[in-house]
Design a protein around this ligand. Structure first.
Ligand SMILES: Nc1nc2c(c(=O)[nH]1)N[C@H]1C(S)=C(S)[C@@H](COP(=O)(O)O)O[C@H]1N2
Ligand SMILES: [Mo]
Length: 334
C-alpha cells in the first residue's frame, strides 16, 4: 500500500501559523500547530501501515503499528519549528509551536535491528510523493547523523498533545527530532535506512542547505544542512501596534528556544535603551522557555521593543537577515 497512496490534498499544503502575539498557550493546541507538506497529504490507515528498517543493520525487518505499540511509550515536550522556504534562510518566518509528542524511542526500535558499527546516517522516507519546485520525487526523504538519531528524545511518534496525529501532521507514524528543524521530522514514515553516506534525495542534496556566512554576513559557496535549531526568542506581549500607558507597569514576555537550552534572554525597550536581562524559566525537556521582563514606560511616543536570546553553548541571535534574527515589536506609549 505504501506505493503511491492517495493524497488529499495532492500538492503543496500548509497552515498559516499563529502570529507571535497569538502564541499565548505554552502547549500549542493541535488545531494551531504548524503544517507543512511539500508534496501532499497521504491518507493512510494505521492497520495497513508498516515501516521497513534496512540498510546497514544486522536484522532488517518490517514493523506494523501493533509491533510499534509494544515498545515503551515516551512523551517528549518539544518546540516544533519550520525553517521556512529552503531558498530563503534570511527570512524570519517564525513558524513555530510547542507540543507534547507521544511515541516510542527510535533507539529502542533500532536496537532490535542491530545497527552496524560503520553506519553513520539514518535515512528516513515518507509515503508522500509528487513534485516540488518542478522536480518529481518518489517520496520525501531526509537524513540525520546517526548519533543524533540515537539520542533519547528522538521518537517514532504517533500522538500529539495526547491524541493520535492528524493526517496533515503525519498519521499514523512520523519521526520527531527535537532540537532539529521540522524538515528533518519525516511524516508518514515508510522506511528507515542505515547508511555510511548522506542520502541522495533532493530534499537533502538540493533543498535545506544553508550557505555558510563569512565574517561580514555574506553567503559563501560552502553550505551546511538545515539541522540544529538556532537560538531564538519571540515577543508574545505586547502585541504589535498597540498602546501602553506611561507610568503603568507592563510585562514584556514571550518564548525562547534553540537546539541547546537558552541561557539568557535580553530585552531592549527602545533603540537607545540598554539591553537588560529578562527572567527566564528553566527548560523542561525540549520545550520553549518563557521569559518575562517587567517594564514601566516613562516617556510617551513610539517605542520598538527588541529581544535576543543566547544558548548555553554561546550561540547568539543575529540582528538582521537570518531566520532567527531579533524579534521586534513596535508599540506606542500614551
Ligand atoms: N513526509 C514528509 N515529512 C515532512 C514534510 C513533508 O513535506 N513530507 N515536511 C517537513 C517540514 S518542512 C516541516 S516544517 C515539518 C512540519 O511538520 P507538521 O506539518 O506536522 O507541522 O514536517 C516535515 N516532514
Ligand atoms: Mo518546514
Amino acid at each position: 500500500m505504501q506505493d503511491r497512496p492517495h493524497q488529499q490534498p495532492h500538492g503543496f499544503h500548509r497552515r498559516i501559523p499563529l502570529r507571535p502575539d497569538q502564541m499565548t498557550a505554552e502547549t500549542t493546541p493541535a488545531a494551531d500547530v504548524i503544517v507543512l507538506c511539500h508534496l501532499g497529504v497521504p491518507q493512510l490507515s494505521a492497520p495497513d501501515w508498516s515501516m521497513t528498517i534496512d540498510g546497514m543493520v544486522r536484522k532488517p525487518f518490517k514493523l506494523s503499528f501493533a509491533d510499534l505499540e509494544r515498545y515503551p511509550i515516551r512523551r517528549v515536550e518539544s518546540v516544533h519549528q519550520c525553517a521556512g522556504i529552503p531558498s530563503q534562510p534570511r527570512q524570519a518566518t517564525r513558524r513555530i509551536c510547542n507540543v507534547v509528542w507521544g511515541g516510542v524511542r527510535l533507539s529502542d526500535v533500532l536496537a532490535d535491528a542491530g545497527v552496524e558499527d560503520n553506519a553513520k546516517f539514518l535515512w528516513s522516507t515518507g509515503a508522500d510523493w509528487g513534485a516540488f519546485e518542478g522536480i518529481e520525487v518518489q517520496a520525501y526523504q531526509k537524513d540525520l547523523p546517526l548519533p543524533r538519531a540515537l539520542s533519547d528524545d528522538v521518537l517514532l511518534a504517533f500522538a500529539m498533545n495526547g491524541a493520535p496525529l492528524s493526517a496533515e501532521n503525519g498519521f499514523p507514524v512520523r519521526l520527531v527530532v527535537p532540537g532539529f528543524f521540522g524538515t528533518n521530522s519525516v511524516k508518514w514514515l515508510t522506511r528507515l535506512t542505515l547508511s555510511d553516506r548522506r542520502a541522495d534525495s533532493p530534499f537533502v542534496t538540493r533543498w535545506y542547505n544553508d550557505p555558510v556566512l563569512d565574517a561580514a554576513g555574506k553567503s559563501t559557496p560552502a553550505t551546511r544542512p538545515v539541522w540544529s535549531l538556532h537560538p531564538e526568542a519571540i515577543i508574545v506581549a505586547p502585541a504589535p501596534d498597540g498602546q501602553l500607558m506611561a507610568g503603568k507597569p507592563t510585562t514584556i514576555w514571550g518564548w525562547a528556544w534553540g537546539d541547546g537550552a537558552i541561557a539568557k534572554v535580553e530585552v531592549r525597550t527602545g533603540d537607545r535603551a540598554p539591553w537588560q536581562h529578562a527572567q527566564l524559566a528553566r527548560r523542561r525537556q525540549r520545550a520553549w522557555q518563557r521569559f518575562s521582563f517587567d517594564w514601566t514606560p516613562e516617556n510617551t511616543g513610539s517605542v520598538e521593543i527588541a529581544v535576543r536570546a543566547a544558548s548555553v553553548d554561546g550561540e547568539i541571535q543575529p540582528e538582521t537577515e537570518w531566520r532567527n534574527c531579533w524579534h521586534r515589536v513596535g508599540t506606542t506609549v500614551i
